[in-house]
Design a binder for this molecule. Structure first.
Ligand code: 13P
Length: 253
C-alpha cells in the first residue's frame, strides 16, 4: 500500500555508542509524538548496527533497513552481505542502487536488478534509488537517465513483485550539497516516474507505489517537498543523523 515514508540513510557514520544513543533517543521521541497514520519511519544504519536497531524497534516504532546487499545468494564473496543474512536478522527494507554505490563502486543497472531479485526472494522490500548527475540535468537528460535506471533495474519484475518496491529519486547534485531540488523539480520527476510505472504495470500499481525524494532534505524544506501529490516522503542522509531533525522531517507530512 502507498505509504508516507521517511527513511534515514546513515551512510558510513557513527560509532556503536553514538548509534545506540541516536536510536534510543528516537524511540523516546516516538513515545512522546506518534507519527501520523500511514506514515512509516525506516532506519538504515550500517550493517554492524542492524541487530541493535531491530532490538529497539520492537516491531512498532520503526522498520529497519540495510544500505546495500550482495547480488549473489551465498559463497566466496569476502566482505559481502547476502539477502538471506539480512532476512535472518529481521531486516525488512534495503536500499539498492544509491548514487554513491553507482559512482564509487561502479554499480550498474544490471547489478541493481540482480540485487532487487535477491531481496524479493528473501521478502525484503527494496528501496531503489535513481537520479541524474549535474551534467545530465544541465544537458536536459534527466528524464532519459531516470527512465533507463528504472526500466533496466526494475521492469523485469512482475506486477506482484513490483508492489513491494519503494523508489527514491535522488538528484545526485542535491546529495550532501545543501542544494535541494525545488518542490516543482521534485514533483515533475516523481510524476514522470509514476507515469512510467503506470505505462508498464497500470495505474493501480502506479498509484500504490511510494516515491521518495532524497537530496539535502531537512526540517526547513521537508514540508513543501512532501506537500506535492507525487512526493510520498524522503530518503534522508545528513539530517537523519540528528534525532530532532529526523523527527521534524517525519512529522512534516
Ligand atoms: P543528504 O540528505 O545528506 O543530502 O543525503 C541524501 C541521500 O543520499 C540519502 O540517501
Amino acid at each position: 500500500m502507498r505509504k508516507n515514508i521517511v527513511a534515514g540513510n546513515w551512510k558510513m557514520n557513527k560509532t556503536f555508542e553514538q548509534a545506540d544513543e541516536l536510536v534510543s533517543t528516537l524511540v523516546e521521541k516516538l513515545e512522546e509524538t506518534e507519527l501520523k497514520q500511514n506514515t512509516l519511519m525506516i532506519l538504515c544504519p550500517p550493517y554492524p548496527y542492524l541487530e541493535m536497531s531491530t532490538d529497539y524497534s520492537n516491531d512498532s516504532y520503526f522498520m529497519v533497513g540495510a544500505q546495500d546487499v550482495s547480488e549473489h545468494e551465498e559463497g566466496a564473496f569476502t566482505g559481502e552481505v547476502s539477502a538471506a543474512m539480512l532476512e535472518s536478522m529481521d531486516v525488512e527494507y534495503c536500499i539498492v542502487g544509491h548514487s554513491e554505490r553507482r559512482q564509487y563502486f561502479h554499480e550498474s543497472d544490471q547489478q541493481v536488478a540482480a540485487k532487487v531479485n535477491q531481496l524479493l526472494a528473501h521478502e525484503i522490500r527494496p528501496i531503489v534509488c535513481c537520479g541524474e548527475v549535474l551534467e545530465e540535468r544541465e544537458a536536459n537528460k534527466q528524464f532519459d537517465v531516470v527512465k533507463r535506471q528504472i526500466c533496466d533495474g526494475l521492469f523485469h519484475l512482475s506486477a506482484e513483485q513490483f508492489a513491494s518496491v519503494v523508489i527514491a529519486y535522488e538528484p545526485v547534485w542535491a546529495i550532501g550539497t545543501g542544494k535541494t531540488a525545488t518542490p516543482e523539480q521534485a514533483q515533475e520527476m516523481h510524476a514522470f516516474i509514476r507515469s512510467l510505472i503506470a505505462e508498464k504495470y497500470g495505474k493501480e500499481v502506479a498509484d500504490e507505489t511510494s516515491i521518495l525524494y532524497g537530496g539535502s532534505c531537512k526540517p526547513g524544506n521537508a514540508k513543501e517537498l512532501f506537500a506535492n501529490p507525487d512526493v510520498d516522503g524522503g530518503l534522508i542522509g545528513g539530517a537523519s543523523l540528528k534525532a530532532d531533525d529526523f523527527m521534524a522531517i517525519a512529522t512534516a507530512f
